[in-house]
Design a protein around this ligand. Sequence first.
Ligand SMILES: Nc1ncnc2c1ncn2[C@@H]1O[C@H](COP(=O)(O)OP(=O)(O)OP(=O)(O)O)[C@@H](O)[C@H]1O
Length: 293
Amino acid sequence: MVQVTGLRKKFGHRIVLCDVNFEFSTGEVVGLVGPNGAGKTTIMKELLGLLVADAGNVQILGQPVSVTTHTVVTQQVGALIERPAIYPFLSGWQHLQLMTNSVEQMMWVVQALQMTGYIHQPAKRYSLGMKQKLGIAMALVGRPQLVILDEPMNGLDPQSVKRLRELIGQLAGEGTTFLISSHILSELEKVIDTVILVDQGQVRLQRTMAQLQESARQSLVIQTTENARALQILLQADYPVIQRGTDLIVTASVALTPLLRRLFAADVQISKVDQQREDLETVLLRLLAEGKA
Ligand SMILES: Nc1ncnc2c1ncn2[C@@H]1O[C@H](COP(=O)(O)OP(=O)(O)OP(=O)(O)O)[C@@H](O)[C@H]1O
């Protein structure tokens, strides 16, 4: 669906993208993540042919994209980059009419994003979240094959975030491909299949969620009535254990029974045992730090 090779971009003397390469397939939901200023929005703008590239190629559905060649973008791609472009005196409905002739599709998206109550009001009366939903609706209403969303959860209430997540899942199930940037990794990880991590204008890693889950470290959280003694027993037995507040954390995947047996043998009372797995944010931060090291 999307293929990016050797993409480079400078703003003045500042290198913002240096040799960006990635690709993904039809039906994938791809998360584009990275620190502030990493280059995510610049990559999205390059994909849409909105910025001149200094070098490299972008192809969508096998067709080249640049500032002068973007037929495939106008026909097959829906996008919301930074803030939605909204005309204050037009209603939400009139904005949707700019994107499609299909009343059926307009009704579908208004209902799906729960915008029925205000869709006929002038957009100047919309709140930040209402404008954001309109921007998302405009990206989706033409039922494009590829949808590019830059921080789509910005300004949305929890119910709308959930609704958007369900909608992305439903459309992806029907074959729509998504590229979504977000800093809310806890939300993003619920919907994406693949992560592309960008830092300082380079792709640091591209992994499927299944691969990341495999590399997520497990830890064991234990609470006892005598943490100091329990800590000593576990350290003596060479367990990698630290104390954090009232928790003892064993920072590796270990067999539970022998560990508990040691504590029972010393008459330590255990009040909680919990297996935890690193979330997406922790795994990515760790992989990024390991890569830099
Ligand atoms: N029009 C521009 N002129 C000059 N510098 C720019 C311009 N647009 C972006 N930059 C710079 O390019 C770098 C990458 O910006 P970009 O917006 O792509 O980052 P980002 O990963 O989307 O960040 P954020 O998560 O904060 O949105 C930043 O250092 C930014 O200051």
